[in-house]
Design a protein around this ligand. Structure first.
Ligand SMILES: Nc1nc2c(ncn2[C@@H]2O[C@H](COP(=O)(O)OP(=O)(O)OP(=O)(O)O)[C@@H](O)[C@H]2O)c(=O)[nH]1
Ligand SMILES: [Ca+2]
Ligand SMILES: [Ca+2]
Ligand SMILES: [Mg+2]
Ligand SMILES: [Mg+2]
Length: 538
């Protein structure tokens, strides 16, 4: 055994002598080294006869002639053996074609795109330095940087552009590394960016462990939002604060598949062209993080979050909120995403209610085939930005899942023009929410239409009063402009302060207490004004 500490790669190597060796020639990925022994006995090298054999069998990593008698090439032989295992050329390079294999090109192209922080198609000195530091833990000396560029310049016409490395130049450099036997350089880069020996992104990289106790939700933290912002900025090339289909495709070019379908355009805010806005983009990330945090981690992995933001893992971008039970006990919450499940009979106006939150009125949202059962956007509660996630629940009682029932606030929607629509709301409330702590809000939808008497034991207003709910809120999305947003702010407020009763919500002391934060700012503003005027007077 060669002990680890005497080898350059720091791996122990066991050498075994066999009496017989069965070499099975089934396609295998075990690298081979062809060793010519007793080189002390011949005067001429046999390399010329060996090389064609080596070219014929790509499993043969290298050939070496050695002599046990005079120790020629013995330590080299074992060094090559270690290298062949740790940094195989097989997955990277095709010796027949003298070119990198397509999976390797694909991986390096993704790495280039992730490292091209301003997305101009060129790695400038800053980006190259960051790349070097990330992969090799050392900065690149200015001279070394110039040397690298010169090598590329000499060999390729468009490898260096604007004094930076183009994708072509970057790929050329790696081909050169491999051809010169320095493929460990390329492997170091690939592994740093999460690739395994098959050049697939490794599961440990994409799915770092993250524990989510029951009753807790998942949100993105400030750092992750900053990163996602920078990703948006670098792809919003025309700076219109929205992602055109081309810009969006370019953003997701580092993904193995397109993660967002056309339904996303009906889940978050879009501009007049129907393109996802900056706000909408962050909302969709917030939604994914909330509903499916594993998926969110995977996506962050494709974008290279932990590498670019210099975090231990993508899990560092996630906040696991404290259990809601504790929020309720302490009567306050640090969460910034609240879930509102929307119930209502068939055709009562639920989808219209969701779309209105995104600013679409009936005219706009009436004719879209890519329906979404979610809508997410921001609201402001006492000056704090919060996300409200609306979920339209399929109106079939038999299909209600735990997720349909677990939320921060419930909306019960009935159609004021349909006398049979309220009964459904009353039934859902009595069956699922009457004894729960979840606050409920009754929505009297389609308020633009003539109201008819509901066929139910009592009127909606009486029902609400009896069950200590706020009175039914009139709502319509049949408006000329964007529908009113008041209701969504109300819902978020109720979700944030579930312990506050209806009477409290109306009382002035509650609003005073709740707006303490805003008061502090007002006082600070006053103090600053005083200081300013003090200086201006003297
Ligand atoms: N006049 C008027 N019509 C509305 C309003 N909201 C929705 N509608 C119409 O009512 C019908 C049903 O609306 P949706 O929002 O699809 O109702 P829904 O509850 O989502 O229906 P399902 O998903 O099928 O259960 C559609 O034809 C809408 O155009 C509104 O505020 N005013
Ligand atoms: Ca760049
Ligand atoms: Ca744009
Ligand atoms: Mg022997
Ligand atoms: Mg619907």
């Amino acid at each position: 055994t060669i002990p680890a500490d005497v080898t350059p790669e720091r791996v122990p190597t066991h050498i075994v002598d066999y009496s017989v060796l069965c070499l099975c020639f089934f396609p295998s990925r075990v690298p081979l080294i062809l060793v010519g022994n007793k080189s002390d006995l011949v005067e001429h090298s046999s390399m010329e006869t060996i090389l064609p054999i080596m070219n014929q069998y790509s499993e043969i990593e290298t050939c070496v002639e050695c002599s046990a008698k005079n120790l020629k090439n013995i330590s080299e032989l074992f060094y090559y053996a270690q290298k062949a295992v740790l940094h195989p050329t097989g997955p990277l390079y095709c010796p027949e074609k003298k070119a990198m294999k397509s999976l390797c090109v694909k991986a390096l192209t993704r790495i280039f795109k992730v490292s091209d922080l301003d997305n101009d198609g060129i790695l400038n000195d800053n980006e190259l330095n960051f790349f070097q530091r990330t992969c090799f833990n050392t900065p690149l000396e200015p001279q070394a940087l110039e040397d690298v560029k010169n090598v590329v310049r000499k060999n390729l016409t468009d490898g260096v552009c604007d004094n930076g490395l183009s994708l072509k130049g970057f790929l050329f450099l790696h081909t050169l590394f491999i051809q010169r036997g320095r493929h460990e350089t390329t492997w170091t880069v690939l592994r740093r960016f999460g690739y395994d020996d098959d050049l697939e992104l490794n599961q440990d990289y994409l799915f770092p462990p993250l524990k989510i106790p029951p009753d807790c939700t998942t949100e993105l933290n400030h750092n992750a939002y900053l990163f996602l912002q920078s990703v948006f900025d670098k792809h919003d090339k025309d700076r219109d604060c929205a992602l055109s289909p081309e810009e969006l495709a370019d953003l997701f070019d580092v993904f193995p598949y397109m993660p967002w379908g056309p339904d996303v355009n009906n889940t978050v805010c879009t501009n007049e062209q129907g393109w996802i806005t900056y706000q909408g983009y962050l909302s969709q990330w917030t939604l994914t993080t909330y509903l499916d945090v594993q998926r969110c981690l995977e996506y962050l992995g494709y974008l290279g979050y932990s590498i670019i933001a210099e975090q231990e893992s993508h899990a560092a971008g996630i906040t696991v909120t404290r259990a809601k039970k504790i929020d309720l006990q302490k009567k306050q919450t640090q969460r910034s995403v609240f879930r509102c499940n929307v119930f209502g009979d068939i055709g009562s106006g639920k989808s219209g209610f969701l779309q209105a939150f995104l600013g679409s009125n009936l005219m706009v949202n009436g004719n879209d085939e890519h329906k979404s059962y979610y809508a997410i956007s921001t609201t402001y509660v006492y000056g704090q930005e919060k996300y409200l996630l609306l979920h339209e629940v399929f109106p079939d009682f038999d299909y209600l899942s735990d997720a349909d029932l677990a939320c921060d606030i419930v909306c019960l929607v009935y159609d004021v023009s349909n006398p049979y629509s309220f009964e459904y709301c009353a039934k859902v409330f009595k069956q699922y929410f009457m004894d729960s702590k979840t606050p409920c809000m009754m929505i009297a939808a389609k308020s633009d239409l003539p109201e008819v008497k509901q066929m139910y034991g009592c009127s909606p207003l009486e029902f609400c009063r009896k069950h200590k709910m706020p009175p039914p809120q009139s709502f319509t999305c049949n408006t000329a402009a964007a529908p009113s947003r008041d209701i969504y702010t109300k819902l978020t407020t109720m979700a944030m302060y579930p312990h506050v009763s209806q009477a409290d919500l109306k009382s002035s002391t509650f609003w005073l207490r709740a707006s303490v934060g805003a008061t502090v700012f007002a006082v600070l503003g006053f103090a600053m004004y005083r200081v300013k005027s003090f200086f201006s007077k003297h």
